[in-house]
Design a protein around this ligand. Structure first.
Ligand code: ZN
Length: 533
């Protein structure tokens, strides 16, 4: 008789594959690996848990986070933010999304980039030459769950040619390809772009094709925040498909949405397009978070030329009334190739999430704050951005529920929080609520997805897409990353006013065979690792 470290008896096993219906089974854990047993099979263990009435599933894989540096920030500051992910059942986070990662860069660029990362990650989290150096920095800070990272194209670009608005020279592109190749060889999970963000937005389609071809050579995906998710979303999707086709890389569309009043309902066109590509044999998938609001940097509301040269250049332009007028005009009239969030929605749909030196503004709509001050919204935004040295996050209430549901229901969509954990402020509740919200609201309350399908989107589908071998499934020999939840009560607790409230119904979370959350509370165990793919 095998003597397990941990024996989980009586649970309803939802195994993370799309193929198997939920069934009762016992699961043994030994040396961080799983063994499936018939219900009630004779077995011994150091610790046995009775999961009667509960679901046992593979730990959730959050395919889209911006948690690259949160554990590297001072532990006290990072505490609640760090905890939020594992408390919702996430056992692996995939960061480095939207073109932004903490590596790679040429050694001579590291110091300047390190200073700029404060803005994106809310603290001095470092900047690293490659994936191995990034992994070593994380290995020095114990963590509850696992982490892996994509290679951010914007970071790669800034790490070779700097933050300027210009094309890469052939030599620079070769250097970018070489750094990317090294990072992917060292274990990074793929290439990501954020084509609305500077400096990624300065790249031509050809530049991205050349880089995506490097990912293709490693059999790793090209993951993209499209150049436009609003009125020009269909054009932007065409560009992504072209990049996938020409490079040979598999294509993964990040947080797929059709946002802003001119794009509402366009998932009726984008999703059939993705389905048709799949029917033709193209390997294309997407992820989605279950909310009708997005969140990003306030600076992304300004035309790309405003940030040419980096944050110091941006704040200098914001201080110049003539430049402000040009920005106001760009927002009113649009700029070809630029996703204009304010022009597509308005300052009355955008609230401030995080302004470290102006917490009184957090949670309020920009139009409302400007009206109270008797100011033009852009002038107020300019003054705040200067005072905050660019370090501000917003929430944009830009989507409609029908679109969110259609993407959630698409058979090739997986779940990613797009969480942006930075200390302070009122971040988007998705960082603390995404997975329980899908299980509670969309599975139990609305019946939009079956439990098996929803779990698959959070586990097996994600592991297959991002090369996480032996994870995302409950099967003999798989890694013992698990979550136990109550299907009758699981629900998100986080709201826009109180964004870090833990979920209900997530009973326990097991990482590498060790219990990191028990009865909804962290145990203090830190078995998490940086995973190579
Ligand atoms: Zn993004």
């Amino acid at each position: 008789m095998t003597h397990f470290d941990l024996l989980l008896r009586g649970g309803l096993v939802v195994d993370g594959t799309a193929a198997t219906a939920a069934r009762h089974a016992d699961v043994g854990v030994l040396d961080g690996r799983l063994t499936l047993l018939p219900p009630g099979a004779p077995a011994a263990a150091r610790e046995t848990a009775d999961l009667t009435g509960l679901v046992l599933a593979p730990g959730f894989i959050d395919v889209h986070t911006h948690s690259d540096g949160v554990t590297l920030i001072d532990g006290e500051l990072g505490g609640d933010m760090v905890r939020a992910s594992v408390l919702q059942g996430v056992t692996t986070e995939i960061c480095g999304n939207c073109g932004s990662s903490l590596f790679p860069a040429l050694p001579g660029r590291l110091a300047a980039m390190r200073a700029e990362t404060r803005v994106y990650f809310g603290g001095d989290v470092g900047m690293y030459e490659g994936f191995a150096e990034f992994a070593a920095a994380h290995a020095a800070v114990p963590r509850a769950n696992h982490l892996t990272s994509l290679v951010g194209h914007g970071t790669l670009r800034a790490g070779v040619i700097g933050p300027g608005d210009r094309a890469a020279t052939p030599g620079e592109l070769d250097t970018m390809c070489a750094l990317l190749d090294r990072a992917l060889s060292a274990g990074a999970a793929g290439l990501s772009t954020g084509l609305i963000y500077t400096p990624g937005t300065y790249a031509s389609t050809d530049e991205v094709v050349a880089l995506a071809a490097v990912a293709a050579a490693h059999g790793k995906p090209y993951v993209t925040h499209l150049r436009d998710e609003m009125s020009r979303v269909e054009e932007a999707l065409e560009e992504a498909v072209e990049i996938g086709r020409r490079s040979g890389a598999s294509l993964h569309v990040s947080h797929h949405k059709t946002a802003g009043k001119y794009a509402w309902g366009l998932t009726r066109r984008t999703l059939p397009k993705l389905a048709a590509l799949r029917a033709e044999g193209m390997d294309v998938t997407c992820d989605v978070y279950p909310y009708t609001a997005g969140s990003t940097a306030l600076g992304a509301m300004l035309p790309p030329w405003a940030s040419d040269g980096g944050i110091a250049a941006l704040t200098a332009r914001l201080a110049d009334p003539g430049q402000r007028d040009l920005m106001r005009r760009a927002i009113a009239e649009g700029v070809p190739g630029w996703e204009n969030t304010v022009g597509n929605g308005g300052w009355d749909r955008i609230s401030i999430a995080c302004a470290p030196r102006h917490p009184e503004t957090e949670g309020h709509m920009i139009a409302e704050l400007a009206a109270v001050r008797g100011q033009d919204p852009l002038d107020m935004v300019a003054e705040l951005l200067i005072a905050e040295q660019g370090e501000m996050t917003i929430i944009s209430h830009s989507m409609i529920e029908d679109d969110v549901r259609r993407v959630l229901a698409a058979p090739y969509s997986m779940i990613g929080s797009d969480g942006v954990p930075k200390p302070g402020g009122r971040p988007h509740p998705r960082w603390a609520g995404t997975f329980p919200r899908v299980l509670g609201h969309y599975v139990r309350e609305l019946g939009l997805l079956s439990l098996e399908t929803a779990v698959h989107k959070m586990t097996g589908m994600a592991a297959a897409r991002f090369g996480l071998a032996g994870r995302g499934v409950i099967s003999d020999g798989a890694h013992a990353d698990l979550v136990v939840f109550d299907p009758g009560t699981v629900a998100d607790g986080a709201t826009f006013t109180d964004p870090l409230v833990p979920p209900s119904g997530i009973h326990s979370v097991i990482v590498a065979g060790r219990t990191v959350v028990r009865d909804g509370t962290e145990t203090g165990a830190r078995p998490g690792a940086v995973l190579s793919t």
